[in-house]
Design a protein around this ligand. Structure first.
Ligand code: ADP
Length: 246
């Protein structure tokens, strides 16, 4: 299976400091991947490069079957091409209902006639219901987002991201601050999403990474230090040294 995203030999420096150092990474179109690594390893900068927020000094970032270069696209074009990013803090509209938040996030069909058809036929409403169902919020469509529990807000934001019809989801610490029950639901949701999307989860919590039961990429000093199952990477002497300092 050819990769959806292929990052090759990418480096970026900030004021002479190499935050990303000859990094190569690829992910298939239906794959779940966890990225771990100590603070300062380059995880955020990596996501910034993929979304076009930070431009690398060297290397290539290619996308899709045609291998188009994301480095030639603006941030908005990259998002439209199918790269979605969820930041750690939910950014839902607290005063709006779940349904309203989802409606605002919907990718409207192109052109005025298509948009009119979309609204008149209720296709938008149907899509909102589908999205809510995907993240277990069917019974909460008319509640204000501000009234939702922390976990539900995070799921609403995942659904808002899905409304944009991304092919790749970059998700930053989805389980932070969640209860055990919420974490279990989040795990199931991410595993399910990865059946039809590429999903990259940046995570500090090893217990949560274990639950994801997926391939793990360990970043350190802006490079890939190890890659494989969690058991494989955590048995790697270099990884143990980085995490435990021995
Ligand atoms: P992580 O997300 O793994 O904690 P980051 O990608 O945030 O790591 O940071 C990698 C390194 O690059 C850190 O040493 C950080 O201080 C540095 N860095 C990141 N962004 C900038 C910036 N805009 N200017 C200067 N240094 C930066």
């Amino acid at each position: 299976m050819s990769a959806l995203l292929e990052v090759s030999g990418v480096s970026v420096s900030f004021d002479g400091f190499r935050a990303i150092n000859n990094l190569s990474f690829s992910i298939g179109p239906t794959e779940l991947r966890a990225i771990i690594g100590p603070n300062g390893a380059g995880k955020t900068t990596f996501m910034d490069i993929v979304t076009g927020k930070t431009r690398p000094d060297s290397g290539t970032v290619t996308w899709g079957e045609k291998g188009i270069s994301l480095l030639k696209l603006s941030e908005a074009e990259i998002a439209r091409a199918g790269v979605g990013r969820k930041f750690q803090r939910p950014t839902v509209f607290e005063d709006q209902t779940v349904a309203e938040n989802l409606t605002l996030a919907l990718k409207s069909p192109r052109g005025p006639l298509a948009a009119l058809w979309f609204h008149l036929t209720g296709a938008g409403r149907q899509r909102v219901e589908e999205l809510a169902a995907k993240v277990g919020l069917t019974d909460h469509l008319s509640r204000k987002a501000g009234e939702l529990a922390h976990g539900q807000k995070q799921w609403l934001e995942i659904a808002m991201l899905l409304a944009q019809e991304p092919k790749l989801l970059l998700v930053d610490e989805p389980a932070a601050g969640m209860t055990l029950a919420e974490r279990e639901l989040t795990t199931a949701m991410l595993v399910d999403l990865a059946k039809s999307h590429a999903v990259v989860v940046v995570e500090h919590d090893m217990d949560f990474v274990r639950r994801l039961n997926c391939r793990v990429t360990v970043l350190h000093e802006g490079s890939v230090l190890a890659e494989g199952s969690l058991d494989h990477v955590t048995a790697d002497p270099q990884v143990i040294e980085v995490y435990l300092g021995r």
